[in-house]
Design a protein around this ligand. Structure first.
Ligand code: NAD
Ligand code: DAU
Length: 371
């Protein structure tokens, strides 16, 4: 495997993208990273403060749907790989306003594919298929939600038929399908990874874990959808980054790889762990700007609210393919990862306050007043 010279990372100011940019700069010092991000509500340059001076890193504010911009970036930087994180990512928002999910997640992906195809093509074979220069790859970051929902038994494998249930997952499944089609029809070197729920530093607090940590610190209600018995399969974001890196460098063209760490938990268990570990952390440590009394953190903060429409009951990833074929394995246990993550949010209260200022309050009140 050769190192890539220059990688276009899209959505690199979001949760997973910013962790990935840092992971790559640390682990592949010969590779330049160009981060294209529109800085929507979910994009935050503060996530990248510590690497903004890195000479192998360039930030470009812009939209993956912008044809001229993406073409100009390919011309200027001559990317040899694309890792596409940019997306609208929150299921609840896709239920409120589906359209942006379709334009960003589907048409944005197609624009990137078109530009990669045009830039990397060096000829045409006798049958009319494009021929590409060596050592190029388009990697699409996808999700286990494209498979739909499981009952009590079974796991998602790469052979599980796609059966997305929310506007978000339908848009991600469409992006997978168009990526697959560019591999089949145009032989574009494409790989796809489908990962389970991520947690860790820099996650926007609309998502379960950071939302609950933030609410515990303010002694606000902890809104559990329905009975809280829905199951998600949690993976630390750094393990997701190492999984993508493994596929990017060692995966086979045209293949899909599931990424997951065999860590199923009911939502209510997650909330209980957050209550218990935040309380414990505050009993043992003091933090500037946090004056929450740990004695006030109790189970009484939990409330059950109206369920999410079409709520998927259970996700579980079978990771046999990536572990056996590519030798990847996760490094975090959930028990350590969740304690470290809670501690990160306590130590980075300013970050949490900044992202929760402005539009977040209005979003929160609008979303949760309906529940
Ligand atoms: P996020 O919402 O935190 O970040 C998304 C980023 O994309 C933001 O920085 C945003 O500004 C940017 N963006 C949005 N629209 C854009 C556009 N049109 N052009 C350029 N940039 C744009 O999302 P995340 O949780 O970090 O997820 C990243 C990717 O990983 C998504 O594709 C998501 O579907 C996938 N994924 C997420 C999870 C998870 O648990 N969070 C699990 C599996 C897969
Ligand atoms: O499985 C991968 C997916 O995980 C990614 O593709 C998505 O981008 C990511 O957002 C995530 O989707 P979920 O819908 O599973 O994540 P979320 O954090 O929104 O919710 C996790 C579970 O917690 C889900 O069953 C809904 C529930 N929930 C969530 C919130 C925000 C609550 O009970 N209360 C809440 O307030």
């Amino acid at each position: 495997m050769n190192e890539y010279k220059t990688i276009l990372v899209t959505g690199g100011a979001g949760f997973i993208g910013s962790n990935f940019v840092k992971y790559m700069l640390e682990n592949h010092p010969q590779t330049k990273i160009v981060n294209l991000d529109l800085l929507t509500y979910a994009g935050n340059l503060e996530n990248l403060n510590d690497i903004e001076e890195n000479e192998n890193y360039v930030f470009v504010k812009g939209d993956i749907r912008d044809k001229e911009l993406v073409k100009n970036l390919f011309d200027e930087y001559d990317f040899d790989a694309v890792v596409n994180f940019a997306a609208e990512s929150h299921v609840d928002r896709s239920i409120e306003e589906p359209e942006i999910f379709l334009t960003t997640n589907i048409l944005g992906t197609q624009n990137l594919l078109d530009n990669a195809k045009a830039h990397w093509q060096i000829g045409t074979d006798n049958e009319g298929y494009p021929i590409y220069r060596d050592n190029v790859r388009f990697h699409q970051v996808s999700t286990d939600e494209v498979y739909g929902a499981l009952g009590k038994e079974g796991m998602f494998t790469e052979e599980t038929p796609l059966s997305p249930n929310s506007p978000y997952s339908a848009s991600k499944a469409s992006a997978d399908m168009i990526s697959r089609a560019y591999n089949n029809t145009f032989k574009l070197p494409v790989t796809i990874t489908r990962c389970s729920n991520n947690y860790g530093p820099y996650q926007f607090p609309e998502k379960l874990i950071p939302l609950m940590i933030g609410n515990v610190l303010e002694l606000k209600d902890l809104p559990i959808y329905g009975d809280g018995m829905q199951i998600r399969d949690w993976l630390h974001v750094k393990d997701h980054c190492s999984g993508i890196d493994t596929v990017l460098h060692h995966g086979k063209d045209g293949e899909v790889y599931n990424i997951g760490g065999n860590n199923e938990k009911a939502n209510i268990e997650i909330v209980d762990l957050i209550i218990e570990n935040t309380k414990k952390d505050l009993e043992e440590n003091t933090y500037e700007g946090i004056d929450t009394n740990p004695d006030d953190i109790t189970e009484d903060l939990k409330i059950h609210v109206k369920d999410r429409l079409g709520h998927d009951k259970r996700y579980a990833i079978d990771n046999t393919k990536i572990t056996s074929e590519l030798g990847w394995s996760p490094s975090y246990t959930f028990e350590d990862g969740i304690v470290e993550t809670i501690n990160w949010y306590l130590e980075n209260q300013d970050w949490l306050d900044n992202v929760r200022s402005g539009d977040y309050q209005a979003y929160y009140e609008n979303m949760y007043s309906k529940k």
